[in-house]
Every structure is written in structure tokens, then in C-alpha cells.
Design a protein around this ligand. Structure first.
Ligand code: SF4
Length: 549
């Protein structure tokens, strides 16, 4: 069979959509295309099974519909697999209908976090042939291709479709206890087939060529209430990690065959403990710690000082931490499991070991006051000007369907738009009302956070400790261009629906009297939970807040 994998044209006047390998969707003025690891694995699995595979990513290749149609006309694929997310799902419904109109024999398969949460919706609203439910869509897709090819047996698990005009619900793809396959059976993505050179512009990574891999899907913590991948793609029980040996073998493959200079491990958080120790030792004993830089997502408090040193010795360079907020009340509400008062210490331990710290933070939480948001700004500024954090990224929190945050936002009436106005979750404007900040003020705080890069103390820290070569100057320049791009991204005018669009007094009262984590409701209704878990009262939380200057 001839199988097409990639992305259809998804243009917007708002900019270039960051669809691949992005937990948070955003339109960027200065785009970076991240390598879609699971989609790349899906293409590779199908090729290894003996099918002809074409990889065309219209976003990274900047193709318009005329060019894409021409390509489809020429290639005539039997099946097309692509990934979607909430902010562009409606656009993709139209794209599917357009393609089905012109190429009715081509089977269209869609996957991703939004359709995993609402598989039926896409079947009802478009002429799509199959929807894959779950984050192991590479495994589900090869099963589907084989099923279509052989034409016998039942539909593979996790594949939803239509039969005799009725939607057939088919669960979620899972590795069962008696399954003959596991995540280590996934092949390393075929980087040539999937055009790795189209994905080299992630400015936070220094080495070129750079590669994305995933040692786990997705994060062993998996609780943060805004995290769409860890609720819609890899919910509780679906987390799987590769062995350290299997992950190291891919590192070796990328260095030996492609001259990889930096690898970013995009597991939601790199597996900690014995796993990490083993992986570091494999890097050190093999000497690959000297051949490639390794960067990854990290959680505060996940590893200790000694482990940071071992990681540095193993070739680790950059650690990306989700700080999300400098306010403990927000951290608790998000179920982030981080002690804000320890953030300094963790960053210092990582820096002392010689690692680069990258923070991500958000603003625009419904319960967030200006004072709370300034705590985030002040903490980030203090860390950056003290030389403990090198890079930060600031965004507006988005309640993606499938997350506890979305459920709560819908239930409590926090959304600025209708609950299925998914295109409004594109981060070009806040999607939720807050206690006291207007949408413009929320965006202004994002821009303010980016201004930390222009603080003379930060510039001095950066010049003194990080500019050592021509490469570093280039890296700094790319970073600075991206910072100005982000500031422009958050300068877009939000649509206005009312005066300041704040939460009503009643909503605020309800929120403050009941500042609990929505997950607790879920725990309380679980079989075996006799007592509902009491909600934490705001005074209780406030009393524990650390003092941040
Ligand atoms: S730590 Fe990161 S990846 Fe893990 S659940 Fe929280 S936001 Fe998601």
C-alpha cells in the first residue's frame, strides 16, 4: 500500500501553527518546527512492514493547498495519517472534506490529543475514515494499515470508524498485560524518510544537527491539570518508558549515522531514579557523553544534587523545567507537586553541576491576581539575574479539552468563549476570565516576563558565563530574535466581549471558598473511596506561601 504521513496545509493569518511535538499549540511569527516523534515512528513502522511511505509535512515544507493537491494527485496514496490539535481541528475537518471530495479513494486517518478525548466528534463533523484514540497511535496505525491491507478480522483497538452509517466506538489503544508488544518494540524513527533536516531550528538547542527523541510517553508524574498529553494521550495507567539501553541505542544510532550534536529527550519528564542512573552510566562508559549534548524536560525535586553531577558527566546540557507559576497557591491548584520555596535550591544544584536551566511559566489562571502573577515574574527575574536560570519561556495558560482544567473551566463558566470554540485556544489571546486581570493585562504580563531578557543584570550574566565562542554568539542572536518574536506574538489584540471580562463576584466567591484541585473530585468518585477528599481552603494555602522578593 502507499501511505502518506505528515501534516496538511494549516495556514492562518495568525502565523505558522506549531502542531508537531507541541503540548501547547501556538501560532508563531518566527516558527520552529519540532520533529514529531510518534508520527515519525508511525511512518517508520509502516515502511518496515513493507509498504511504500511518503512523508510530506506541509507546515514545515511551507506548502499551500494547490501544491498539496498536486502532490496528492501525483502520488495517489491509499492512506493518509496526520495529527491534529484542538485549535485547528475545525480547520482540519474542512481539509478532510476537501481531500475526500477530490480523492475519495484515499482513506484519511487522524490522531492526536483532541481526537483522543473526543473521537466521535471528528467522525460526526467530517468525512474522516478513521480516528485513532490514544498516544500510541504509531502502534495503532500499523495495526490499521495491516487490517485495511488484509481486509479480515476485527478493527484494531483504538480505531474508531463508521460502519453502515453508524459510528463504531473502539476504545483506546493500550498495551495490555498479555500484549506481545511493548514500547521498546517501536523502531527508531527513520530520519531520512521523515526529512530530519526540516526540523533543525529549535533555537533553545545549540548543537546542529539536532534530534528529538522520547525515552518515555509521557511523564511519570502525569497529574498537572492543564497538561493535555498526560490526560488525553497518556492518561493514568498509559505511561510507558523505554529501557535505558534502548534509549541509549537510539542516541548511538543518531551520533554514528547522522553526526547528531544535540539530542532533546522530549518525554514529558525524563524517567528519574535507577533509570536515569543507568542511562548516564551507559553514556559515560561508551564515551558518547563526549560526542553529543543531551537535553531533556525535568521536574523540580525529581533528582538530587548528586544526580545532576552524574547527568553533567553523561553529557547532559539543558534541563527544561515547568515552573508554571511562582505562586504556591497556583502550583497546588495545578497539582504540579512542586515546592516553590525550593526552586532556588534546585536551580542552584543544577547550575553548580554545570547544567543550563530553562524555565517555562504561564499566566492567566482564573484564580490569579496581579500580585500572584508578579510573584512569578519576580521569581523568574531573580533566578535569571542571579545566573541560576539561563532561558525562560512565557505563555498564557490554555484549557485544552481533555484536561481537568478544561472540565472545571466549562463547569464554572470561566471560559471567555463557548466550550467548543476550539480555535480560540490558539494562545493568540487568553481563553479564560480571571479574578481581576483583563485579557490585555494577561498578555502584558507575558510580554513583561520576556523583558527579563533585556535586564542589564541578565545580559551581564549571559555575556560573562555563556558567550565563549562564535557558536554562542549565533545561539544568542537566534534566541534574541525569538524573544522579540514572542513579544510581538503577545501584542495581538484580543477580541473583546465586555468591559474587562472578569469573573463575576459569585464565581470568585465560589472559587476562593473552594480552591481545590479538580482531580480531588475524581478521586472522590472512584470506587473504594469512602469519603470525599476535603477541599483545601484558601487560608490554609495562603498560610504556607513562601516569601518571594
Ligand atoms: S510535569 Fe510536565 S509533562 Fe508531567 S504532567 Fe506536569 S506538565 Fe505534564
Amino acid at each position: 500500500m502507499k501511505v502518506l504521513v505528515g501534516f496538511p496545509p494549516t495556514q492562518s493569518p495568525l502565523g505558522t501553527p506549531l502542531l508537531s511535538q507541541n503540548r501547547q499549540f501556538q501560532y508563531f511569527e518566527k516558527p520552529t518546527f519540532l520533529y514529531p516523534v510518534v508520527l515519525g515512528t508511525a511512518a517508520t513502522m509502516v515502511k518496515k512492514a513493507g509498504h511504500e511511505v511518503i512523508w510530506r509535512d506541509a507546515i514545515a515544507e511551507d506548502m499551500n493547498w494547490d501544491e498539496y493537491d498536486e502532490m496528492l494527485e501525483k502520488e495517489k496514496p491509499d492512506i493518509f495519517l496526520f495529527e491534529t490539535k484542538a485549535p485547528v481541528v475545525k480547520k482540519h475537518w474542512k481539509s478532510i472534506n476537501h481531500m475526500k471530495e477530490k480523492f475519495p479513494n484515499m482513506k484519511i486517518v487522524i490522531c492526536g490529543d483532541h481526537v483522543s478525548y473526543l473521537p466521535r466528534e471528528t467522525l460526526e463533523n467530517s468525512k474522516v475514515d478513521y480516528v485513532i484514540n490514544g498516544g500510541y497511535y504509531d502502534f495503532a496505525f500499523i495495526d490499521l494499515v495491516n487490517w485495511i491491507n488484509e481486509g479480515k478480522g476485527g478493527a484494531p483497538e483504538g480505531v474508531w470508524y463508521r460502519k453502515d452509517g453508524e459510528i463504531v466506538e473502539n476504545g483506546r489503544f493500550e498495551f495490555h498485560k498479555d500484549s506481545e508488544r511493548d514500547i521498546n518494540d517501536a523502531p527508531f524513527p527513520d530520519r531520512e524518510l521523515t526529512k530530519y533536516m526540516d526540523y533543525q531550528d529549535e533555537f533553545n538547542l545549540k548543537g546542529r544537527p539536532q534530534f528529538y527523541i522520547m525515552s518515555a510517553r509521557d511523564c511519570a508524574w502525569g497529574k498537572c491539570t492543564f497538561c493535555v498529553w498526560d490526560h488525553a494521550l497518556y492518561p493514568k495507567g498509559a505511561y510507558k518508558q523505554r529501557t535505558p539501553e534502548n534509549t541509549f541505542a537510539e542516541v548511538k544510532h543518531l551520533v554514528d549515522n547522522f553526526g547528531a550534536k544535540e539530542i532533546f529527550d522530549d518525554a514529558g519528564t525524563i524517567p528519574p531514579g535507577k533509570w536515569l542512573e543507568k542511562f548516564c552510566n551507559l553514556m559515560i562508559e561508551s564515551g558518547y557523553n563526549k560526542k553529543v549534548m543531551y537535553s531533556c524536560n525535568m521536574r523540580f525535586g525529581w533528582v538530587d544534587r548528586e544526580m545532576y553531577k552524574l547527568m553533567k558527566g553523561a553529557g547532559f546540557r539543558l534541563l527544561k523545567y515547568g515552573l508554571e507559576s511562582g505562586c504556591q497557591k497556583t502550583i497546588d491548584k495545578l497539582d504540579k507537586g512542586v515546592d516553590v520555596s525550593k526552586v532556588f535550591e534546585h536551580c542552584k544544584d543544577a547550575k553548580d553541576a554545570g547544567l543550563v536551566c530553562h524555565l517555562t511559566m504561564m499566566t492567566g489562571y482564573p484564580w490569579e491576581t496581579k500580585n500572584d502573577a508578579m510573584k512569578t515574574f519576580n521569581l523568574a527575574k531573580k533566578l535569571m539575574t542571579a545566573g541560576l536560570v539561563d532561558i525562560h519561556q512565557s505563555t498564557v495558560v490554555m484549557p485544552y479539552p481533555g484536561t481537568p482544567l478544561y472540565e472545571e473551566a466549562v463547569r464554572e463558566g470561566w471560559l471567555r468563549f463557548e466550550k467548543d470554540d476550539y480555535e480560540k485556544l490558539a494562545m493568540d489571546q487568553p481563553a479564560m476570565k480571571t479574578i481581576e486581570m483583563s485579557p490585555e493585562e494577561v498578555q502584558g504580563l507575558c510580554k513583561l516576563n520576556y523583558r527579563i531578557y533585556l535586564d542589564p543584570k541578565y545580559i551581564w550574566q549571559h555575556a560573562k558565563s555563556r558567550i565563549k565562542s562564535w557558536e554562542d554568539i549565533k545561539y544568542t542572536f537566534e534566541g534574541l530574535t525569538a524573544v522579540f518574536g514572542h513579544m510581538r506574538d503577545f501584542s495581538r489584540k484580543p477580541e473583546r466581549k465586555g468591559d474587562k471580562e472578569l469573573l463575576t463576584e459569585e464565581q470568585v466567591e465560589r472559587m476562593l471558598a473552594n480552591l481545590h484541585n479538580p482531580r480531588q473530585d475524581l478521586v472522590a468518585i472512584k470506587a473504594g473511596a469512602k469519603e470525599p477528599i476535603p477541599h483545601r481552603k484558601i487560608e490554609e494555602v495562603e498560610a504556607k506561601l513562601p516569601v518571594v522578593q
